[in-house]
Design a protein around this ligand. Structure first.
Ligand code: FES
Length: 575
């Protein structure tokens, strides 16, 4: 059967009985399914103009959906269909960030050019021995021997030998480039960077939406799917590996280079993403004591992770600290440290799960804060992701009128997380919102940004307040545990897409970050991606990652006797 999707003007072919949301996502990956199709959030509502769908489910009835509308994640397609969904633009994705200068490029694989001598009857040295002698290695991987036979070394004399910790892991012809791929496997998007391993030059970068998003926007939704059905784990794993290969192929095509020239990969992500990457059950991270199966650094051939086109590439995954402070947070910290951070400084990677680190001289004190989806537009009546059409800045005058708003693209469709923060900060600054989070009487229960179209409600503000409380109680607890005062802080680093989109002044007004001079706030951009690149290029960065984990102290906030008091204090806006 065929599904026609307006206003996008696309027709998708599908089988009878398929879930409508799955069908839509095949052509419009940005179509929102925040709760992963469990029927809880109601954000996947579509208008059915014509055609037959399965009977409404219990969850749909609970949502009291208007006549003619259905939840796409609940309805199954039974005939040709004509539906209308909201206009959905492309997601604004941040891939770049500040990259520190590296004193010495020491890539993950050492590349040594050699000239082979032809074996003779007088000196019949086997090829593996000859190679090992030339590069001073004692070990060689079996697949290199196979590769030698494929290259027919009797005909070649110049080669590049690729070594990892003194072991020959690959060889290539001397004229081929040796490339590396750094990958940040985020919950929302997968960003990849192509790098020349000879000189550390960044050649290309790009991203794709994480295809696991059909199982929900956040890691908990994905874990829930795996808990219900282990096959979903394998499906998510397969989707992720193929998405990385597809992205790598696209970057190689842009540069007109061969995918086979990628010989090394560094992969960072949170522990749930890394578990899925390894096809390992992430469920233990979803329940107390939130302990993942993996936390140590891992390396090996891509084929061990089920890569096909990148099966011969040597991968490196840096270590994680704990269940909710993964290798992506370690990559953030590596980036900040290589930029020359002066301790004590604070680092925040703000998201549904916010990682917070206090960087001290001799240790790193870390925690994670379950901020929830409000700061990414989730659970907010007119909240949207950072899509085209999302309002990301708002200016209010002293009369309580909107004087300006900025939108990605043309037509406003809702408020992005940074737009919500901007609006709340403006309302606070002009006295329309009290520090306790109450809109002033004259405004009633909501504030309109675009009359009858886009507004923020009192309930939305409470959601943001809870997110703010989670984050600021996180850094307050770290400062308390380490005996550091806000005045001692040298810098505050903000990482990640959301953090890079907010105005630092707004973050200060809300009290998302400590009250320090604006000049001390550093926006790092996608520092997890930067850290992944650094770990591909620099031995110092890889050693630093190990060191950070060894010297980290995780603070479980809920166990601290002052937690409840600090959390309640943190509910107030401002510092
Ligand atoms: S209700 Fe359909 S994705 Fe949440």
């Amino acid at each position: 059967v065929r599904v026609y999707i307006a206003p996008h003007n696309v027709i998708v072919q599908c089988s009878k009985g398929e879930i409508l949301a799955d069908v839509i996502k095949r052509v419009i990956p940005e179509f929102p399914t925040p709760c992963g199709g469990r029927g809880f959030c109601g954000k996947c509502m579509v208008k059915v103009i014509q055609g037959e769908l399965s009977e409404p489910t219990g969850n749909e009835l609970l949502h009291k959906i208007p006549k003619g509308f259905r939840l796409a994640c609940q309805a199954r397609v039974l005939s040709d269909l004509f539906i209308e969904i909201p206009a959905i633009g492309k997601l604004k994705v941040l891939t770049s960030g500040i990259e520190p200068k590296i004193d010495e490029i020491v890539p993950l694989l050492k590349v040594t050019a050699v000239r082979l001598e032809k074996p003779t009857l007088e000196s019949p040295i086997p090829y593996d021995r000859m190679l090992s002698r030339l590069v001073g290695s004692r070990d060689i991987k079996p697949r290199v021997i196979k590769e030698m036979s494929k290259k027919d070394l009797r005909k070649t004399d110049k080669l590049k030998v690729l070594l990892r910790n003194g072991v020959i892991v690959n060889i290539t012809s001397h004229e081929r480039r040796v490339l590396g791929l750094a990958v940040d496997v985020g919950t929302t998007k997968i960003a990849a960077y192509l790098i020349d391993l000879d000189n550390g030059e960044n050649l290309a970068e790009g991203y794709v939406l994480n295809p696991q998003s059909k199982y929900g926007d956040d890691v908990i939704s994905r874990i829930t799917h795996v808990m219900r059905d282990q096959n979903k784990l394998h499906e998510m794993h397969e989707l992720t590996i193929r998405a990385i290969e597809e992205l790598a192929r696209k970057l190689c095509k842009e540069l007109n280079v061969d995918l086979k020239d990628i010989y090394a990969m560094s992969l960072v992500g949170n522990t749930v993403m890394l578990s899925i990457l390894l096809d390992v059950d992430p469920s233990p991270i979803g329940t107390a004591p939130f302990t993942p199966y993996l936390s140590m650094s891992l390396e090996g051939y891509g084929s061990e992770l089920n890569f096909k086109s990148l099966g011969d590439a040597w991968f490196y995954i840096p270590p994680s600290i704990t269940g909710f402070v993964g290798a992506d947070a370690v990559a953030d910290i590596v980036t900040a440290k290589m930029l020359g951070v002066i301790p004590p400084s604070l680092l925040l990677d703000i998201g549904t799960n916010t990682e917070i680190a206090l960087l001290m001289e001799d240790r790193v004190v870390v925690t994670s804060a379950p901020a929830g989806p409000a700061l990414e537009g989730g659970n907010i009546s007119c909240g949207v992701k950072s899509l085209e059409g999302a309002i990301y800045r708002v200016k209010v005058n002293e009369k309580g009128r909107i004087v300006e708003y900025k939108t990605y693209g043309e037509t406003p469709i809702g408020l992005s997380g940074s737009g919500i923060v901007s609006l709340i900060a403006e309302l606070l600054r002009h006295g329309f919102l009290s520090k306790s989070g109450k809109l002033i009487k004259d405004l009633g229960n909501s504030f309109e940004v675009i009359p009858s179209k886009i507004l923020i409600t009192q309930k939305d503000i409470r959601e943001v307040q809870k997110a703010k409380a989670a984050i600021s109680s996180g850094w307050r607890m770290l400062l308390e545990v380490a005996g550091v005062s806000v005045n001692d802080l040298n810098e505050v680093f903000i990482c990640g897409s959301f953090g890079s989109n907010i105005e630092p002044r707004d973050a200060l007004t809300l009290g998302l970050i400590p009250n320090i001079p604006l000049s001390k706030v550093v926006i790092l951009g996608n520092s997890a991606g930067t850290g992944a690149r650094l770990m591909l290029k620099s031995e110092k960065a890889r050693r630093m990652a190990e060191n950070i984990v060894n010297k980290s102290v995780f603070v479980e906030q809920a166990l601290h006797p002052n937690f409840m008091k600090v959390w309640l204090d943190s509910l107030t806006f401002g510092n």
